[in-house]
Design a protein around this ligand. Sequence first.
Ligand SMILES: *Cc1c(COP(=O)(O)O)cnc(C)c1O
Length: 347
Amino acid sequence: MDSKHPIDLRSDTVTQPCQAMREAMAQATVGDDVLEGDPTVQKLEARVANLFGKEAALFVPSGTMANQLAIRAQTHPSEAIICHEESHVVYYETGAPAAISGVMCSLARGERGIFDTDEVDRLFRHNEAHNAPTTLLVVENTHNRGGGSVWPIDQYIRVCSYARKRGMRVHLDGARIWNAVAATGIRESEWAQHVDTISCCFSKGLGAPVGSALVGDLPVIKAARRFRKMLGGSMRQAGLIASAAAYAIENNRARLSDDHLHAHRFAEIIGASSRVRIHDGCPQTNMVYFDLVGETLSAAEMCVAFASAGVLVLPEGSKTVRAVCHLHITEEEIVSAGQAVLRTLGV
Ligand SMILES: *Cc1c(COP(=O)(O)O)cnc(C)c1O
């Protein structure tokens, strides 16, 4: 390891397709998914729908599109949606709920991206003359800016059922739902049964090069399919990339617990420094969020220094840094990465 061959912990999206995945792609049977359909895409969609116990799934280019289609297909302009103030849909999706769906975002507060029914209650607005009626709740599991946190299942069920009882639909941003499954042993279909739609990413921990899916019952997926076309997200011989996603689902889910072990190992090593404060309750999955304590340089400047020592991590605030474990990172590498961070901090 050195600055020319760094250990890349910036994100679990930096992975390269392995040889077997590339072979699956090369051999995929494809068709025009916008005309008669692409058999490999259809097979993937059926597999994903089945995994989540829903009627249908839609293969889309990105997690952002899956989330935004969920919002577009389940709201009307001038309605409001409830989501956490640090949720991906609010924080990283370019203001799309306002631009694409014409909805307002009511922002829930809570530690690590997680909140309870009191927040839903506080933000909920009835369908009445003065209001933007609240029609959709978005929950994120695992929660990215919450440090890869997992919703406690009881609280998740309570919040989702509470929202549904009040007539809202519920969308689960499950870009990293497979990390939640690996961390808890709670299956995809169990998380899915309490919500109306789920988005999941094949290009995060599962290691596929491209693609996400939106999962739900037939009418909502039919509506999403039309909006996907509207946004330019319908793809032709998409079986080439769907085959990589299918490979990833079958081969890369079980190993996610290795990433979680590596994240723990990394946190343990760097947490020994008095200049590092690991965020409370972190790591729960494959991410380590930590603050630099008593450091005169900013997190961004320190990330440059870490890079010179051969470790790539991302600044997530003036003092906060994020490190993410993924399928290219071995036990040995995570140990050297941790030691390099310690050396750079001089402790
Ligand atoms: C990565 C991510 C997405 C989707 O991101 P894309 O880059 O658009 O695929 C959605 N939600 C969460 C929580 C994410 O971490």
